[in-house]
Design a protein around this ligand. Structure first.
Ligand code: THU
Length: 130
């Protein structure tokens, strides 16, 4: 799938963001190896720490559907800057492979291509001290 298509799906998912506290809506679209796309948006809560990011919503939805292999993720916010996943989301993504491509997009759909491993080069691993 072309990055532009995945980014368009992330932009569409962003429309459903529930972000009354920050006003910062994020959309994500995750491409599984079989070609299926799973989308997510951020969902905030009045107990702020319970907020979940768009990326984890997309990933957890996919995993709950039985997916385990992913090839690409698009992330988009309403900013001129490219939107990068937060550290927590990168750690969760790293569980499923550092080689997942990440398209960091801006509000216009312009993007920069990177990978989970590039964004989080030294992810936590239970094997680190084994
Ligand atoms: N957020 C995401 O959805 N993804 C990120 O990678 C970073 C931040 C959300 C969380 C919160 O609802 C809002 O953006 C502001 O931090």
């Amino acid at each position: 799938m072309k990055p532009e298509k995945l980014i368009a799906l992330a932009l569409a998912a962003r429309q459903n963001a529930y972000a009354p506290y920050s006003g910062f809506a994020v959309g994500a679209a995750l491409l599984a190896s079989g070609g299926e796309v799973y989308t997510g948006c951020n969902v905030e809560n009045s107990s702020y720490g319970l907020t979940i990011c768009a990326e984890r919503v997309a990933l957890f939805t996919a995993v709950a559907r039985g997916e385990r292999k992913f090839t690409a993720l698009a992330v988009v916010a309403g900013t001129e800057e490219y939107c990068s996943p937060c550290g927590a989301c990168l750690q969760v993504l790293a569980e499923f492979g550092g080689d997942i491509k990440v398209y960091l997009a801006n509000r216009h759909g312009a993007y920069r291509e990177t990978t989970v491993a590039e964004l989080l080069p030294v992810a936590f691993s239970l094997n680190a001290n084994a």
